[in-house]
Design a protein around this ligand. Structure first.
Ligand code: NAP
Length: 478
């Protein structure tokens, strides 16, 4: 099998060894072999990025637009093929995979446009005869570290703004899903990204990711992943005063009030909690439901998830693909025992499933009679598991929704303008959804959270400039 190589200084390079990328729907299917970089390769990639950064930072907006627009066009043109690759390596269904690829293409096109729209300020000085200008400049070398659950969209929404604002990139994708990352590198290389401006270094977090964190030539790190790793990333960046941006986990609440439209509530909950196998940082894992609609809502969710087809991500009609790997599946099953032990009632699902092909299949699981102190309500499970928490009214629902160490996405289902408006203003989250699932966002507006979910400035949309640029204030006297 051909080994997919790392891209360093414009050269495709072998790694110290190679690692197999396994299809979670069918563990006999090897998606590909991917080179594993060592410390010396990371050092070379950072050196190449450092050498290339000044010229790329001084390139014209037109050059950056042309590159990013071409990459976006290519990704969109290959959406079926890349969507298949994504579903094969990560396990989300083919429509979800293609949807994610289209999002990545759109993100590159959005930031192509942003390269043309970099602005500054000219401000009247408080001193006579002095001019003040505020401009944005690239940081220099940016390290990008991504998780496996959105293997093309998250790399896109970090790489595209990094390049648009004139930075050179060293990109370390997740070990579980390097295929889409390699495809982006290949597309960038073929689109003519100058040597060293974009480097791909695949390999473990402990070796490759770690080397990026401590290197004095890496001016900033943009990280998405778990809180546990994020804390280490933040501490190590802070130790050398490097810029850092973290997007991490969630324990996202979805509130359902008595006045909600039942079908909307059930559809939003099932989509938010279980689609993409629940492996979304924005997944609705706490369903907080008022007494008057509670039983009808639970019945609706149970009958809806009983009908979901769990199977091979690439098979026609599959609605829920496999869990990403054995380790995550075991963790999900352990949480089911934790929930039962804590006194929650398993209303449906939760068992390991066998399908024609050997993979990591699991029935979506719904707990009822949960409360917000249970571990299943406080810790991110990151699988197709949700809990229903019964509350008496809106005030209690809001209090429970906000009683969490996370703050990524918060949803409410109601026909009341009063409660919808109050919730939008008072939910302690970076994103609020009214009559929509907690997961599923636009690509051109800010994405991120509060409290333990995020740290540093927002990603996506115009707000991405905050991380990928540094501001300069220049004073000129005649
Ligand atoms: P993870 O284990 O924290 O890994 C994330 C990335 O960090 C991977 O590339 C990993 O490399 C790397 N890494 C691990 N140890 C490192 C170290 N010591 N130094 C530097 N890098 C290191 O997270 P994951 O399991 O891939 O992703 C799931 C998590 O991501 C969930 O918590 C989910 O909520 C979160 N997430 C958040 C968002 C958001 O925007 N808020 C979006 C998606 C996912 P390896 O792959 O080699 O281990």
């Amino acid at each position: 099998m051909t080994v997919h190589k790392n891209l360093v200084a414009g050269d495709w390079q072998d790694g110290a060894r190679a690692k197999e990328n396994i299809n979670p729907s069918d563990i006999s299917d090897i998606v590909g072999e991917y080179a594993q970089a060592d410390g010396a390769t990371v050092e070379a990639a950072i050196g190449a990025a450092k050498a290339a950064a000044p010229a790329w930072g001084a390139s014209t907006p037109q050059q950056r637009f042309d590159l990013l627009d071409a990459v976006g066009t290519e990704i969109l043109a290959r959406k079926e093929e890349l969507g298949q690759l994504l579903s094969r390596e990560e396990g989300k269904t083919l429509p979800e995979g293609i949807g994610e690829v289209m999002r990545a293409g759109a993100v590159f096109k959005f930031f192509a446009g942003e390269a043309l729209r970099i602005t500054g300020d000219k401000i009247a000085s408080v001193r006579p005869g002095v001019d003040v200008e505020v401009t944005r400049e690239a940081l220099g070398v940016v390290g990008i570290i991504t998780p496996w659950n959105f293997p093309i969209a998250i790399p896109a929404w970090k790489i595209a703004p990094a390049l648009a604002y004139g930075n050179a990139v060293v990109f370390k994708p997740a070990s579980l899903a390097p295929g889409c990352a390699w495809a982006i590198a290949d597309i960038l290389a073929k689109a003519g990204v100058p040597e060293g401006v974009f480097n791909l270094v695949m390999g473990s977090g402990g070796v490759v990711g770690s080397a990026l964190l401590d290197h004095s030539d890496v001016a900033g790190i943009s990280f998405t992943g778990s809180v546990e790793t994020g804390r280490q990333v933040a501490a190590r960046c802070a130790a050398r005063l490097a810029k850092v941006q973290l997007e991490m986990g969630g324990k996202n609440p979805f509130v359902v009030l008595d006045d909600a439209d039942l079908d909307t509530a059930v559809n939003c909950a099932v989509n938010g909690a279980f689609f993409s196998t629940g492996q979304r940082c924005t997944a609705s894992s706490r369903l907080i439901v008022t007494e008057g609609i509670h039983d009808r809502f639970v019945d609706g969710v149970v009958s809806s998830i009983q009908a979901l087809k769990v199977d091979d991500a690439l098979a026609q009609g599959t609605q829920i693909g496999p869990v990403v790997d054995e380790e995550q599946l075991v963790k999900n099953l352990e949480y089911l025992e934790v929930g039962k032990g804590e006194g929650a009632k398993l209303a449906w699902g939760g068992e390991r499933l066998n399908r024609d092909k050997t993979g990591f299949y699991m029935a979506p699981a719904l707990f009822t009679e949960a409360n917000n102190s249970m571990r299943i309500s406080r810790e991110e499970i990151f699988g197709p598991v949700a809990s229903v928490i019964r509350v008496k009214d809106y005030d209690e629902a809001l209090a429970v929704a906000n009683d969490t160490e996370f703050g990524l996405s918060s949803g409410i289902c109601t026909t009341s303008l009063k409660y919808a408006s109050h919730f939008k203003a008072n939910a302690e989250a970076g994103m609020v959804m009214v009559n929509l699932p907690t997961a599923g966002v636009d690509y051109h507006v800010p994405f991120g959270g509060r409290k333990g979910s995020s740290y540093g400035s927002r990603e996506q949309g115009r707000y991405a400039a905050e991380f990928y640029t540094t501001v300069k204030t220049a004073y000129t006297a005649p």
